[in-house]
Design a protein around this ligand. Sequence first.
Ligand code: IDP
Length: 141
Amino acid sequence: MTVERTLVLVKPDGVRRGLIGEVISRFERKGLKIVAMKMLRLSREKAMEFYSVHKDKPFFKDLVDFMTSGPIVAMILEGDSVISVVRQMIGSTDGRKAQPGTIRGDFALSVQENVVHASDSPESFERESKVIFSDEDYVNY
Ligand code: IDP
């Protein structure tokens, strides 16, 4: 067993559409543990830092506009192999191609507005989680 952590965001479209509960519920039912959670609005600086790997992509400005267009819900989930498990549960980036049964497959029809973000590697988790959470945000239980 490899207990890991991952960062999940319910993006502004997910919050606007009332999907916060749906998203959290899927992870709870899977048996994943929420060890930190908050609602916030990303500043442009934080959004640009969060998505810095995409800074040279043509969609970068639109992505930053979108990610700062409303509040997000951020959470850290913990569980066995949680990074790959959650990536499978959210589905492919493009909502039109994501498998039914995944969050994006069930709720997204866009490549940009795809409801959720989840870290894709332990290195991404380390970097991304520090953009949003500090050590005292984690709860031990
Ligand atoms: P991921 O969210 O599945 O890890 P990434 O390739 O890391 O996918 O892209 C980050 C986010 O950037 C996507 O979730 C989506 O919101 C946005 N994005 C990715 N590719 C495109 C694109 O071709 N057009 C517009 N937005 C995109």
